[in-house]
Ligand binder design. Sequence first.
Ligand SMILES: Cc1cc2nc3c(=O)[nH]c(=O)nc-3n(C[C@H](O)[C@H](O)[C@H](O)COP(=O)(O)O)c2cc1C
Length: 184
Amino acid sequence: MTPPPFDIRQFRNALGRFASGVTVVTTCYQGHAHGMTANAFVSVSLAPPLVLVSLDNRAYMHRVLPETGRYGVSILSEDQETFSNHFAGRTVAGMHIPFTERMGVPLLEGAMAWFVVQVVDAHPAGDHTLYIGQVEHFEARDDRPLLFYAGKYQQLRAAAAKPTPFPQDEFSLFSIGNIDPPIT
Ligand SMILES: Cc1cc2nc3c(=O)[nH]c(=O)nc-3n(C[C@H](O)[C@H](O)[C@H](O)COP(=O)(O)O)c2cc1C
C-alpha cells in the first residue's frame, strides 16, 4: 500500500502542537545589531554548556553568522510580543529597540534570560542549519514567559508561573542532567 502524500501544512500543524518559548537571536554584523525571532532553540549539553538554534537558510542571520561567529539568545517575556513580531519580519517602523550588550553581543533589554554563545559547529539540515554554540555568558531573572503554541502567542496559565529558586527547582524532579559529582 502506498503511503499518503506528505502534507506539509498538516506537518506544520503537528509540529505546532509542541509548545515553546520565544527567543530573539541576535548578532553584531559590521557594527550593527541584527535580530531574528526563533523558537527552535534547544539546550544541548551541560558540560560543556551547549545550545543550538535552527535557522532557515533564507534568513539574513544564516548569511552573517558564519562571519560573526557569535550570537545572543534573549528569551522573551510575556510583554515582548511586539519584539517577536518585529524580528519575525513584521517590522514596526521607528520602533525603539532596547538593545543592550554583553561581551560585544547585542541582547534585548527586558528579556527573561540571556545567553552569549560562540558558534562551535554548524550542521546543514534540510532547508535549515543547526548552529551549535558554546555558552560564554548567561543571565536570567524571574518573569512570565511569552509562549508560542499552535501558531499563536500564548500565556502561561499556571498559578505558580514564578520559578522557585534552585535547588528546589522543578527540574530537579527529573533527571535532565547530572550536575552533581557522581557518588562513588
Ligand atoms: C514565534 C516565531 C518563531 C520562529 N522561529 C523560527 C526559527 O526557529 N527559525 C527560523 O529560521 N525562523 C523562525 N521564525 C521566522 C523568522 O523569525 C522570520 O523568517 C524572520 O523574518 C527571519 O529574519 P530575516 O527577515 O532577517 O531574514 C519564527 C517566527 C516566529 C513568529
